[in-house]
Design a binder for this molecule. Structure first.
Ligand code: CMC
Length: 392
């Protein structure tokens, strides 16, 4: 009683205050800890940005070296946890495999579960950052039936991930430096986005004092949906469908506008950005660059560009302020790098991890935090009497 403010989908309700990421949706601004996303994407590295998000400041040289070293020491998975992957069917989508394995970390690393012990929180932070790329690579290896590779810690995080994903045990693997650079930059672009669906999930799960591993596992599940991180896979499938059915782009746009069969232009629209998504602008340029450099001409890129052009000049999209979001072009890059479509959302998860961790830690460090417990407006029956089953 007395709770009359309904804001389904949190259209206009702040769930927390936060000092991590700033977005101005009207102006298309995104900043991590005050630093503009374009500067970080151009000049920084994913590990440096991870440090920035989690600890609040860019690291000094020594701090970065120490952070990198600590992560490198934790990249291996417990040998028993490796066998965990065998329990999944070969055709399993890698996202549930990822979230299950991350949840299982709470069973394997019980010495770092206490949310109120800063040392344990720090150890679980490092373990997650170090092990998620290994888990992601193993989820892929399992799906293609190839042997797992141990991490080689003389490599950087991204090189190591590419080697564990695409390498073979007895063969040397040299990742393409252009691919390493582009992937590192894409991880930076995905690293945080304030109170999006998965981050809010991590906070909500964590608000019950659940441990960091299990809270992050919840975030991975929220990310999987096609309206959120799953959109990168959905965009590629949409482009594939258009190509396979030889559908005219204008015909597809017409279907979207008429909301036929619930068809949406995937990779378009955003709750907060009402002008443009600054990440999308960077990704679009990278898509062109990387496809050129890898010599990977992709007919799907032409379809994507035609769709974008048609949408940006169409009243339906203009009136609703719908613009390409970060997911519109990322899939084309991942595809050119050799990732199967089902791995795209896993790559989003790798990028978003430091953001999730930063938010979980910010929430726990705040003594005023309370368990997340939304109220409701009840619309059911008032009261009625139970009747015996024979009388119904
Ligand atoms: N295609 C066609 N129509 C759309 C689209 C779209 N992609 N997005 C929004 N609309 C329409 C929607 O039907 C509604 O129309 P109407 O006023 O006639 O009912 C209007 O635009 C407002 O949309 P909404 O769904 O109320 O907006 P929202 O803020 O609740 O949803 C969104 C935001 C991202 C879920 C939505 O734009 C969408 O479903 N986009 C496609 C999926 C996608 O690309 N998601 C990735 C988001 S960015 C990365 C991430 O954060 O994960």
């Amino acid at each position: 009683t007395g709770y009359t403010t309904l804001d389904g989908g949190f259209m206009n309700t702040a769930s927390t205050s936060s000092a991590i990421t700033y977005i101005d949706g009207e102006k298309g601004i995104l900043r991590y800890r005050g630093y503009p996303i374009d500067q970080l994407a151009e000049k920084s590295s994913f590990l440096e940005v991870s440090y920035l998000l989690i600890y609040g400041e860019l690291p000094t040289e020594d701090q970065l070296a120490d952070f990198t070293h600590r992560i490198q020491r934790h990249t291996m998975l417990h040998e028993d946890l490796k066998r965990f992957f065998d329990g999944f069917p070969r055709n399993a989508h890698p996202m549930p495999v990822l979230s299950s394995a991350v949840n299982a970390l709470s069973a394997y690393y019980q010495d770092s579960l206490d949310p109120d012990d800063p040392h344990q929180v720090e150890v679980s932070t490092i373990r997650l950052l170090a092990k998620l790329p290994t888990i992601a690579a193993y989820a892929y290896k399992k799906s293609v039936g190839q042997p797992f590779l141990y991490p080689d810690n003389s490599n950087t995080l991204v090189e190591n991930f590419l080697r564990m994903t695409f390498g073979f045990p007895a063969e040397p693997y040299e990742p393409d430096p252009e691919v390493v650079k582009a992937l590192d930059m894409l991880l930076i672009l995905h690293a945080d986005h304030e109170q999006n669906c998965s981050t809010s999930t991590v906070r909500l799960v964590g608000s019950s004092d659940a441990n960091l591993f299990t809270s992050i596992s919840g975030g991975i599940n929220a990310l999987w949906g096609p309206l959120h991180g799953g959109a990168n896979q959905a965009v590629l499938e949409m482009l594939d469908d258009i190509k396979a059915s030889d559908l005219d782009v204008s015909e597809f746009i017409r279907k979207v506008k008429n909301k036929e069969e619930g068809v949406k232009l995937m990779g378009f629209g955003h709750r907060v950005y009402r002008n443009y998504d600054p990440r999308a602008a960077i990704v679009k340029k990278t898509a062109h660059d990387i496809l050129d450099k890898l010599g990977a001409r992709d007919e799907l890129l032409d379809i994507a560009m035609k769709l974008e052009e048609a949408a940006l000049t169409d009243d339906y999209f203009i009136e609703r302020k719908l613009y390409p979001n970060v997911d519109f072009y990322t899939g084309l890059i991942y595809r050119a790098m050799g990732f199967p479509t089902r791995m795209f959302t896993v790559l989003f998860a790798l990028g978003r991890l430091p953001g999730w961790i930063a938010h979980w830690r910010e929430m726990h460090a705040d003594p005023t935090t309370k368990i997340g417990r939304p109220r409701q407006i009840y619309t059911g029956y008032t009261e009625r009497d139970y009747s015996e089953v024979s009388a119904r």
